[in-house]
Design a protein around this ligand. Structure first.
Ligand code: ATP
Ligand code: MG
Length: 634
């Protein structure tokens, strides 16, 4: 065997160096390159923030650490035992000792299996808990963002952050970290055991390591590229799907199903190809490592067998059959973790990228933060004043220019003007849905920036232009989580706004199911429900952005009637598209391109024969034509 000595020594040294290289490469080289996404945060910072989430479970992790030790011990000790057993069988067959060893082996095996099971259970629980806390934090944070900030982040992206990205992070806690640590210890442990057992054979094994390094380096390059491509294609198909499913009615109306299907097929095929490429990369890497494994086993049997049969004594070591058997097992226990490390570092990398994306969302400062000296509004009389208010969604593109007006308590004020003139914008400024740039808005004489936003919104009932219903029931949509309200009170509110007519006709009444966005109800019904929702929350000021959508005459009469009733509750600000609504207002403010051009009562404005007059005449003609048409149909 000494013929091979120099060769083995050189191989061994190269092998040792390359083990160090693999680890260094995996840890350092990749730090800066993320997967399909530019990383800005330092790994240290990400780890620190992740630790904060994991901290409450430190005890559990320590416990798992002990369990992992058992697993490592099993990996290191079991080949020794088997080797010893082999030697016993070969020798004079000491049955008793054999039984003892087999029993010990079985014992360790069972203990290690139980440990693996307990470890998986504990880690799953902890990992899922950590991630649900993170998901809740993320959701709470998203809820604190202002309308303006929400407009700038695509909803699909937020959904991905809350679901996919947190999942990638949970994988890290449930398996990645523990296995990474375990694998490293197993490599070290197995290596030490091999050296202790037979350094010659260990050197032989190390000769193969440079090849593993080479394969790993190449594999990681290809794997990352394949992974990025799969991720890009997945995002692609998701974006396409979410947009086209929302717009599927338009697709059907315009008979564009074939074209859309073709686009979709292209994207689907692209994703399929990316996945196949990814599998190919793994499909090449794993067999290659397996090839190395088989080669080293062959070498082991050749060299070891020759050494044993010839009874070679080298540096005082004689080879036993048991040693060869032990080595046979050690080789696989040495190769497996190395191969896994390469793959696990990839996953860890993507988990870090996900964590960074999640933290990036969490780092967006909510724009609307209550001033430290902000006050709580107990009661609101309902006086509203705009003083020289300027506002723009996009810097320097003024949407409201020097808007000033005054609303006394219990007054009803209507806003009129062409589409895009800034009516909705004015209403959303009052409740601080957006932050204005110049001027002042006062509620009961108090600057709204000095009022806690939550307490401000409590006193305002906002009925938006497009009514949004959540999936749930009629009841849950009216209450929106409000507690201590009886069904009788809900129905009373519904009667008040005339929503009882259609609710009574529903099979399940208040329990009738509302589907996503309320698409099983008509526009008019949705509007009435939003009125009921507002009334039940008893606001001091009501803000209504009337929908422009056409509503059947019957519902329109109901809406009109409930509007007139609501005007008596308190202050009401209303963007009305129907003249009948406007006429009842105490004051009408006419807007043009973000400026107030005239205001006064219906009568006064008509007499003035200005902008309002022409708007009115236009609408009057239109409504008369509509009425005539309806009579004709009837
Ligand atoms: N989120 C936004 N980001 C940027 N610009 C916006 C945004 N919302 C509205 N605008 C712009 O502000 C202007 C005023 O819009 P606003 O919604 O207040 O009009 P409106 O008077 O309510 O119109 P309509 O009668 O059609 O509801 C429009 O020119 C619009 O393009
Ligand atoms: Mg509007």
């Amino acid at each position: 065997m000494h013929d091979y000595y120099p060769l083995l020594l050189v191989g061994g040294i190269i092998g040792l160096i390359s083990v160090v290289l693999v680890v260094a490469f995996a840890m350092i080289k990749d730090k800066k390159q993320a997967i399909g996404f530019d990383r800005h945060m330092k790994d240290g910072e990400i780890v620190k923030r992740l630790m904060r989430y994991a901290k409450p479970y430190a005890g559990k992790f320590v416990f798992v650490g002990f369990i992992v030790l058992v697993g490592i011990a099993y990996d290191v000790v079991s080949p020794l035992l088997i080797g010893r057993i082999t030697d016993l069988i070969k020798a004079d067959f000491a049955l008793k000792e054999l039984f003892v060893l087999v029993a010990i082996y079985a014992g360790i095996l069972i203990v290690s299996m139980v440990c693996t099971y307990v470890q998986a259970i504990v880690l799953q629980k902890v990992g899922q808990r950590i991630v649900s806390v993170m998901r809740e934090d993320l959701f709470t944070h998203i809820e604190s963002l202002s309308h303006e900030q929400m407009n700038s982040i695509p909803v699909g992206k937020l959904v991905t952050r809350v679901t996919n990205d947190t999942n990638a992070i949970s994988l890290m806690f449930t398996s990645l970290l523990v296995n990474l640590v375990k694998n490293m210890f197993v490599i070290v442990g197995v290596f030490a055991a091999m050296i202790a057992l037979n350094y010659e054979l260990t050197l032989m094994v190390l000769c193969f390591v440079p090849f593993i390094v080479l394969f790993t380096v190449i594999f990681r390059k290809f794997a990352r590229r394949a992974y990025r491509r799969v991720k890009d294609r997945t995002t692609d198909i998701n974006t396409y799907l979410s947009e086209n499913l929302s717009g599927i009615k338009i697709t059907q109306i315009f008979n564009r199903e074939h074209e859309k299907l073709r686009d979709f097929t292209d994207k689907s095929n692209a994703l399929g190809k990316a996945k196949r490429d990814q599998i190919l990369v793994f499909g090449v890497f794993r067999p290659l490592v397996y090839l190395l494994y088989i080669s080293s086993v062959l070498c082991l049997f050749f060299l070891g067998g020759k050494g044993y049969l010839d009874g070679v004594v080298f540096l005082g070591q004689t080879l036993e059959v048991g040693t060869i058997v032990s080595f046979y097992m050690y080789i696989s226990k040495f190769y497996n973790p190395i191969q896994n490390l390469a793959e696990q570092f990839n996953w860890l990398q993507s988990a870090f990228a996900s964590a960074e994306k999640v933290f990036t969302i969490m780092d967006i400062e909510p724009k609307l933060i209550d001033a430290p000296d902000a006050i709580e509004l107990k009661e609101v009389r309902g006086e509203i004043e705009f003083r020289h208010v300027w506002f723009s969604y996009i810097p320097d593109e003024w949407v409201l220019k020097d808007v000033s007006f005054h609303v006394s308590p219990n007054e009803t004020v209507a806003f009129a003007g062409a589409t895009g003139s800034g009516k909705t914008t004015i209403l959303s400024l009052i409740c601080r849905n957006y932050e204005f740039q110049k001027g002042e808005i006062l509620i009961d004489g108090v600057d709204i920036r000095k009022i806690k936003t939550a307490s401000l919104r409590k006193h305002f009932g906002q009925m938006l232009q497009d009514v949004f219903l959540f999936s749930g029931t009629i009841r849950s949509n009216i209450l929106l989580g409000l507690e201590g309200v009886s069904d009788e009170q809900i129905m009373e509110a519904c009667r008040y706004v005339n929503a009882d007519h259609f609710i009574d006709r529903l099979e399940n009444g208040l329990d009738e199911v509302v589907r996503e966005r309320g698409n099983n109800f008509s526009a008019g019904q949705r509007q009435l429900l939003s009125f009921a929702r507002t009334i039940i929350h008893k606001p001091a000021v009501m803000i209504l952005d009337e929908a422009t959508a056409n509503i059947d005459t019957e519902t329109e009469v109901l809406i009109q009637d409930s509007l007139e009733k609501m005007m008596n509750i308190g202050t009401m600000l209303i963007v009305a598209h129907r003249l009948s609504t406007i006429q009842h207002a105490d004051n009408i403010i006419v807007l043009r391109r973000g400026e107030i051009i005239e205001q006064g009562t219906h009568q006064a404005l008509l007499e003035k024969k200005g902008r309002y007059y022409s708007l009115y005449m236009l609408q009057f003609e239109r409504e008369r034509a509509r009425l005539e048409e309806q009579q004709g149909n009837a």
